[in-house]
Design a binder for this molecule. Structure first.
Ligand SMILES: [Zn+2]
Length: 272
């Protein structure tokens, strides 16, 4: 008991000496679909390909937290800042191929009338993913939104019924239907609805272009505009939309780039 109180006291002193020591940045993994942490001189107007980029302060330094789109080719890239361009290097990453069998052919080759809906929903998603808000703090230290087995990792090159499709832009966590999904960190509900591919979906805004998405839910427990705290229930696992079974598709976006959610977790996940 006494040892605990001494530890707590020491932590308090440490947090006074190092006020930013507790801030956990996501992992630096400068590959397509990864994150580049780049030291910059200003905390505003940092851009990548015109998109505003998150900047956090750590130990008196400004760190740009850039999401690197999966479509970016490896090589030297630049951030545009008020003090000029800042270079960083994107490295190569090999992502595995995954073959999936979808029984409902309409989910693989949508009907003409579905295409209109899909285009409208894609536009809605782009609007949400380019949203850039300025809350007082941005918490990038995430809890896992649901307990389960990772059935598909991030970045897999997908073949649906032998047809090439966009790479997997999130991770799939297999869990029983009805299991509770929690918010990984504080945020606000930016969008929610029933989408053609994603089924019942929630998007959370955590600030500075950090948006998380939860798909295929059986029920939504929050509505647009609701503020959520870390570990608050936001919905339940389901199998709505294009799925092979109940799971959570969890996507994380920074500056409109879908990045590997595992870079925001303290522990690495065990793929099955
Ligand atoms: Zn998925």
């Amino acid at each position: 008991m006494r040892r605990h109180s001494i530890t707590a006291k020491m932590l308090t002193i440490l947090s006074i000496i190092f006020p930013t020591a507790a801030l956990a940045l996501p992992q630096h993994d400068p590959v397509p679909g990864g994150i580049a942490l780049v030291t910059v001189r200003s905390n505003n107007q940092v851009r990548f390909n015109q998109d505003p980029v998150m900047v956090l302060e750590q130990e008196g330094q400004y760190i740009a937290v850039l999401g690197i789109p999966l479509s970016v080719a490896p090589g030297e890239k630049y951030l545009d800042t008020p003090d000029g361009r800042v270079a960083f290097t994107v490295h190569h990453r090999d992502y595995k191929v995954q073959r999936l069998r979808i029984d409902d052919d309409r989910q693989v080759n949508p009907l003409p009338r579905d295409l209109e809906r899909i285009a409208r929903e894609r536009e809605e998603m782009t609007q949400a993913f380019t949203h850039f808000s300025h809350p007082n703090t941005v918490e990038t230290d995430f809890q896992l939104p649901v307990q389960g087995v990772v059935s598909s990792t991030f970045g897999l090159q997908r073949l649906l019924n032998d047809q090439p499709r966009a790479p997997h832009s999130g991770i799939d966590i297999a869990a029983p239907e009805g299991d509770i999904i929690i918010a990984p960190s504080p945020g606000m509900v930016l969008a929610s609805g029933d989408y053609f591919f994603n089924g019942n979906t929630i998007l959370l805004d955590h600030g500075q272009g950090l948006i998380t998405m939860y798909c295929h839910l059986s029920s939504l427990e929050v509505g647009i505009g609701d503020r959520v705290v870390a570990s608050q229930t936001i919905g339940k696992v389901g199998k709505t939309g294009r799925v092979t079974g109940p799971h959570l598709h969890w996507a994380v976006s920074l500056n409109n780039a879908r990045v590997n959610p595992e870079l925001f977790l303290r522990e690495s996940l065990q793929p099955n």
